[in-house]
Design a protein around this ligand. Structure first.
Ligand SMILES: Nc1ncnc2c1ncn2[C@@H]1O[C@H](COP(=O)(O)OP(=O)(O)OP(=O)(O)O)[C@@H](O)[C@H]1O
Ligand SMILES: [Mg+2]
Length: 369
């Protein structure tokens, strides 16, 4: 697997791997998926010819992140010459739309049969609408496409395509037997050929299966596709990340980047509460480093403000390639744990005793080591 050099604590590997076409960014709700996707997009726009960021999240996150209204058509991001964003309307992801995309025309016996099929197999609907998106995006002229996935994990369901489809086909055959006679009769009454309709539906499904097969092949090609997991250093998020990594591995999808976001540092202006929280985070950071020692684990600092707008994203994205180092002082003031550490080392004092003595005086200073 990856050697030491490959495990740099940055996402530089994504910029260097010029064969990459699809970068999926996923993780638990609210951890910073959209911010990370946009930041990766910003970095890629500096090294690749034309970059597209796509979101299928109903919450219009990309518009919020860049402070610019995007639509279902790719739109150039202000301040960039080669970075585009596109937000797929949730309406186009509904079952109605994907049933329509089969091109079966008005409500027909076949269509209601398909609806039943879709109802019985929720995955197939999503699979088909996602395939439509993939197909249309693939036709566009982008070097690389970054996907901001919804927290509910469209992407994970996507990975189950082959199984879903196979079950769907089995279901279809069952329905065919159940409705076959009725359909032929209904079609004959309307002067249509029932067998013809059935064939039309089957060939449409086969065509979809073929496209999904292609998409699956691309997904499983680590030269073309990779998945970036975003998490925060807290129990639930680490737990969900591990589940995600396991699932991706099961479906043979490449994953070797973990972005740990909203990380606290012992900066001079950090208060006791924040430092206590930092200690909690440190525990999970250690776990993340242990669990993913052959991954690229990139640590992103918690900023004082939200990361919004092109300029803020550009600044934030720098930490994805140049690890964040907190200053020793803020406005010339050093943090108390750093002062204790410095004095203990300088005057050869027992650090623990200094901390305890301060504690007794009600001058608690968090231990940071
Ligand atoms: N490191 C950070 N420092 C400060 N604010 C951050 C940081 N990362 C993200 N944020 C802010 O936190 C909020 C949530 O981030 P973001 O929208 O990227 O999360 P998400 O995982 O996409 O959420 P959702 O699951 O709702 O789509 C945003 O307002 C964003 O600006
Ligand atoms: Mg989001």
């Amino acid at each position: 697997m990856a050697d030491e050099e490959d495990c740099a604590p940055t996402v530089q590997n994504l910029l260097d791997q010029t064969s990459l076409q699809w970068i999926f960014v996923g993780g638990k709700g609210g951890v910073g998926k959209t911010t990370t996707t946009c930041s990766i997009g910003v970095l890629l726009s500096q090294v690749r010819r034309k970059v597209l960021i796509v979101s299928t999240d109903p919450a219009h996150n990309l518009s919020d992140a860049f402070c610019q209204k995007f639509t279902h058509e790719p739109t150039l991001v202000e301040g960039f010459s080669n970075l585009y964003c596109m937000e797929i309307e949730p309406a186009s992801m509904t079952s109605e739309a994907s049933v329509d995309s089969l091109g079966l025309g008005e409500e027909s016996a076949m269509q209601s049969m398909f609806k039943e099929l879709g109802g019985a197999m929720p995955g197939i609907d999503e699979a088909m609408s996602f395939t439509e998106i993939m197909k249309s995006v693939q036709k566009m002229d982008y070097d690389v496409i970054c996907f901001d996935t919804a927290p509910t994990g469209h992407t994970l369901r996507l990975l189950r395509f082959p199984t879903t489809l196979q079950t769907a086909f089995e279901k279809l055959m069952e329905l065919k037997n159940k409705y076959g006679g009725m359909l032929n009769q209904a079609a004959a009454m309307m002067g249509q050929n029932g067998q013809g309709m059935e064939n039309a539906l089957l060939s449409k499904l086969e065509e979809t299966q073929r496209v999904i097969g292609e998409v699956n092949k691309t997904f499983r090609n680590p030269d073309k596709t990779t998945f970036v997991c975003v998490c925060i250093p807290e129990f639930l998020s680490v737990y969900e990340t591990e589940r995600l990594v396991q699932e991706l591995t099961k479906y043979e999808i490449d994953v070797h980047n973990i972005v740990v976001n909203q990380v606290l540092f012992a900066e001079p202006d950090a208060c006791r509460k924040l430092l206590a929280r930092k200690r909690m985070q440190d525990k999970y950071l250690d776990q993340i480093h242990d669990l993913y020692e052959d991954f690229n684990v990139t640590v992103m600092p918690m900023r004082d403000n939200e990361v919004r707008g092109g300029e803020a994203l550009k600044a934030f994205s720098q930490y994805l390639i140049n690890p964040y180092r907190p200053d020793k002082t803020v406005d010339g003031v050093a943090s108390s744990p750093q002062v204790v550490k410095f004095l203990a080392e300088k005057f050869d004092l027992d650090k623990d005793k200094v901390f305890s003595a301060l504690d007794e005086q009600g001058l608690t200073v968090p231990r940071l080591d």
